[in-house]
Design a protein around this ligand. Structure first.
Ligand code: ATP
Length: 309
């Protein structure tokens, strides 16, 4: 049942939100409890996250149940006994092109995210922020042409998108998904995002407003318990109360072991979710890294004040 469910989820992904499902720790350690995902009103298959964007391939885990078990062992294996922070994500000289046109978008991205850190990526429209996050989750619109990405000590670029998800990478997705028999797990999480329980009676995102959808994305994150959550403009379209709720929920999910990589245009989100580092992306590269003061300068003076060119 479970492998079929996973396939359904991947087949029903939306263009703007490529992935992702990662089992929460409780489920990782108990594969027999893995939830069944069904999609009662599947949209037309838009894309299947395929193997077009990697240098080489290897099937780490051909059986998702094995994958969950292996993933649980992996997680245990990287737990730091000495309490020292470990790198969760290491991106080195990453270059990527649009698969169809071969236009280069990422031109050498370097970034290291340690456990427990919150990193924000800012940058002008079209600088490559979303492309970067999509490349990390294995979106088939892009081909990696160089560099490396190591996630929890494993070569991320050699993993299939679903393997990345099972390894603990989350990116918000909007495909209609139903999780029967999972409500007992879900109910306590609703409170986290100030969501009413009648939301569970609807197909996910069906008839949701923009703000409700964002809350729902964070609910998904809460349920999935990922180690690295990639949040692409989670603040867009939110009123100030909704943004506060969403930010509070994200903060509530942070532990010394998991991390957040968020893309945002605005200081306001960073005032709620305090970043460890802020990176400025320009023309496919991270050209500046600093603390909240960068975002403050940006807010006041615009990108000309911090541009590399
Ligand atoms: N699938 C695609 N097909 C064609 N062009 C693309 C594709 N994906 C990205 N691009 C182009 O790559 C560049 C970077 O886009 P990207 O969405 O990564 O920028 P961004 O920094 O996230 O922008 P924004 O702040 O507007 O969201 C843009 O010029 C965009 O048009």
């Amino acid at each position: 049942m479970y492998p079929m469910a996973l396939d359904l989820k991947l087949a029903s992904c939306s263009l703007t939100s490529p992935l992702v499902w990662a089992p929460p720790p409780q489920l990782k350690s108990s594969p027999s409890n893995l939830p069944l995902f069904t999609a009662p009103t599947l949209p037309p298959p838009c894309l299947r996250l395929s193997s077009t964007n990697h240098h080489s391939r290897r099937r780490l885990y051909s059986n998702p149940l094995t994958a969950a078990a292996v993933s649980a062992v992996d997680s245990a294996g990287v737990a730091s006994a000495d309490g020292e922070k470990r790198p969760l994500l290491e991106v080195k000289d990453l270059t990527a092109v649009i698969a169809e046109s071969k236009q280069e978008i990422l031109k050498g991205v370097n970034l290291v995210v340690y456990e427990g850190e919150v990193h924000a990526i800012m940058g002008k429209n079209g600088s490559g922020k979303s492309t970067f996050s999509k490349v990390l989750v294995g979106h088939p619109d892009y081909e990696v042409t160089g560099g490396s990405v190591v996630f929890k000590g494993e070569d991320l670029l050699e993993m299939e998108p679903e393997e990345r998800s099972l390894a603990g990478l989350f990116m918000s997705f909007q495909a209609p998904v139903e999780i029967p028999g999972f409500y007992a797990y879900l109910f306590p999480k609703l409170e986290l995002v100030n969501m009413k329980s009648d939301f569970l009676n609807r197909n996910v995102n069906e008839g949701f407003s923009g703000g409700e959808r964002k809350r729902n994305e964070i609910l998904q994150l809460a349920v999935l318990g990922a180690e690295l959550a990639i949040l692409d403009e989670i603040d867009s379209g939110l009123d100030v109360d909704a943004m506060r709720d969403v930010a509070k929920a994200v903060n509530g999910l942070l532990t010394p072991k998991n991390s957040v990589l968020m893309i945002t245009h605005y200081l306001r989100l960073l005032e709620f979710i305090k970043p460890t580092s802020i990176h400025i992306m320009e023309d496919g590269r991270i050209v500046k890294t600093g603390d909240i003061s960068i975002a403050k300068v940006l807010e006041k003076e615009g990108y000309k004040a911090i541009s590399a060119s």
